[in-house]
Write a protein that binds this ligand. Structure first.
Ligand code: NAD
Length: 508
């Protein structure tokens, strides 16, 4: 593996002490009633970098109670959009002022590179600002053509108490795809971050208070899916659950919440294809494929973990991707030049390796990587950038989410076959096409089963442009005005003008 670009030095120092993360309930930062805590061992450095309160039913119940009371007394939901927007904008300012601190702990808990963590935490401020703009501009509908004596309006109202359950791969970013939008709508919230990455969510609590968010409007409970996540999903005082994570847990949450007919929004896994036609910017496509699979070490719902490349150019294209993969800077996430860091846990690295072994056993060929990676001086877990070709559609590596730096290469001959292969998946989060022919791109964009389609680019995203999946990649949408609407109920208000209603009962 000497021909990989490995960065072993670091320029940001490891903090001298572990960050202490606490719950935030009814405006008060607190430890668990039973005093339980958990250690987070950094994926890259192998040392304890944070200690977090481990919640139980006591904290989950208290947080839901606080959120319910805060919603029902209208301390937030009945404020003007302008007042809510002012608070959200102040939170955005505070996030920007604290990007450096947020990014270091995000890096240490998740294993992602510091430059990326800074980009995500800083970029999250823009999600808060955009949500603030929606708080002020949200409006319903009016029906002024129902007759001279009838006027109807459709009101948008906050849905109520929202449980927000987030994963470890983009902790602060995904939190910011949900929380400011729920708050902008006037909802109150209980947030549960992943037990692997609790700290940046806990850090936000202080910023919310400083920005003027009333106590009880946003509560944070740290801990495991069971019991905290399950309680947040099924509790009778919760009106909606928004979840980002694995399809398996999403299914469990849907069952628990479905028993009480709660609204559920789900952002789940993906097996996202990029289709490469011969008549495209091949250099740009190869770079996007390299980015698409190795960004966040492939631990990304939007990872383009399979490519479907025209067989005529497959050899040349794979050679380009392999050459670029050798130049990607893998290694110590605390070095500013690092582009790809560590795998979240040792167990997850084993799962990734098992997927690669299974692909080889099924007859696929590893043309780059395929094993663990040691970064000098670091005690964490890393995996080599891996490219696997000779993949056929029936193989698990073509169908299942690996959630690691492992690219599966399939080939096609005709545009019809490319679309059929792209759609041959239980997932439908995102898809991409590289082609200079606009007609081929448009046809693909309309027929591919995915929530987002990129043409001649990959993973460009904007707060304004909604995001979400079809099939087993999820339900509901996030960000953009559609994502905001998920947190709103509509109510029709039908009004008669004057005493014109004809009696129903004949009183003659
Ligand atoms: P996960 O499903 O294991 O955990 C996600 C969250 O759910 C964590 O906070 C966890 O504690 C909680 N949880 C676990 N069991 C629960 C239960 N029974 N009830 C309620 N909550 C429970 O997912 P992960 O490993 O943290 O993240 C990886 C997965 O997330 C991948 O499948 C990835 O594709 C997906 N993901 C999707 C998107 C998207 O936008 N579509 C974005 C990021 C990650």
């Amino acid at each position: 593996m000497n021909d990989l670009h490995i960065i072993s030095g670091q320029t940001v120092a490891l903090p001298a002490t572990a960050y202490q993360a606490r719950h935030f309930i009814d405006g008060v930062a607190q430890d668990s009633a039973d005093g339980r805590r958990s250690d987070r061992i950094s994926p890259s450095h192998g040392v304890v970098v944070s200690q977090a309160a481990l919640g139980s039913a006591v904290e989950a119940e208290a947080a839901i109670r606080a959120a319910r009371a805060a919603f029902d007394d209208g301390r937030w939901s009945r404020l003007s959009g302008k007042a809510r927007a002012a608070v959200l904008t102040r939170v955005a300012d505070l996030i920007e002022a604290n990007v450096g601190t947020l990014a270091v702990i995000e890096t240490l808990e998740s294993g992602k590179p510091i430059a990326q963590a800074r980009g995500e935490c800083g970029g999250a401020a823009d999600l808060w600002r955009y949500a603030a703009s929606l708080a002020r501009t949200s409006h319903g509908d009016s029906h002024n053509t129902l007759g001279a004596d009838i006027l109807a309006v459709v009101l948008k109202e906050p849905i109520g108490v929202v449980s927000i359950i987030t994963p470890w791969n983009f902790p602060f970013w995904i939190l910011s795809q949900k929380l400011p939008f729920a708050l902008a709508a006037g909802c109150t919230c209980v947030v549960k971050p992943s037990e692997l990455t609790p700290s940046t969510t806990a850090m936000l609590a202080g910023m919310l208070t400083e920005a003027g968010l009333p106590a009880g409007v946003c509560n944070i409970v740290l801990g495991h899916g069971n019991p905290v996540g399950s309680l947040l999903s099924g509790h009778p005082d919760v009106d909606m659950v928004t979840f980002t994570g694995s399809t398996a847990v999403g299914r469990t949450i849907t069952k628990v919440a479905g028993d009480r007919l709660k609204k559920v929004a789900l952002e789940l896994g993906g097996k996202n294809p990029q289709v490469i036609f011969p008549n495209c910017d091949l250099a740009g496509a190869a770079d996007a494929v390299t980015f698409g699979i190795f960004f966040n070490v492939g631990q990304c719902c939007n990872s383009s973990s399979r490519i479907i490349v025209h067989e005529k150019i497959a050899d040349d294209f794979v050679a380009r991707v392999v050459a670029l993969s050798r130049k990607v800077a893998f290694g110590n996430p605390l070095h500013p030049d690092t582009q790809v860091g560590a795998i979240v846990t040792p167990e997850h690295r084993e799962r990734i390796d098992a997927c690669v072994r299974a692909a080889v056993a099924a007859g696929a060929e590893v043309c780059l990587g395929g094993g663990s990676l040691t970064v000098p001086g670091l005690g964490g877990q890393f995996y080599q950038p891996t490219v696997i070709r000779g993949v056929t559609p029936d193989m698990a590596i073509a169908r299942e989410e690996v959630f690691g730096p492992v690219l599966a290469v399939l080939t096609f001959r005709t545009p019809e076959e490319a679309i059929a292969l792209a759609n041959d998946a239980t997932y439908g989060l995102s898809a991409g096409i590289w082609c200079d022919d606009i007609h081929t791109c448009l046809d693909f964009g309309r027929r591919v089963q995915a929530g987002t389609v990129w043409t001649n680019t990959w993973m460009d995203g904007f707060p304004e442009v909604t995001f979400g999946g079809v099939k087993q990649s999820g339900q509901g949408r996030e960000i953009g005005s559609y994502g905001f609407d998920e947190f709103l109920e509509v109510k029709s208000l039908v009004m008669r003008i004057g005493r014109t209603r004809a009696p129903w009962v004949n009183q003659a």
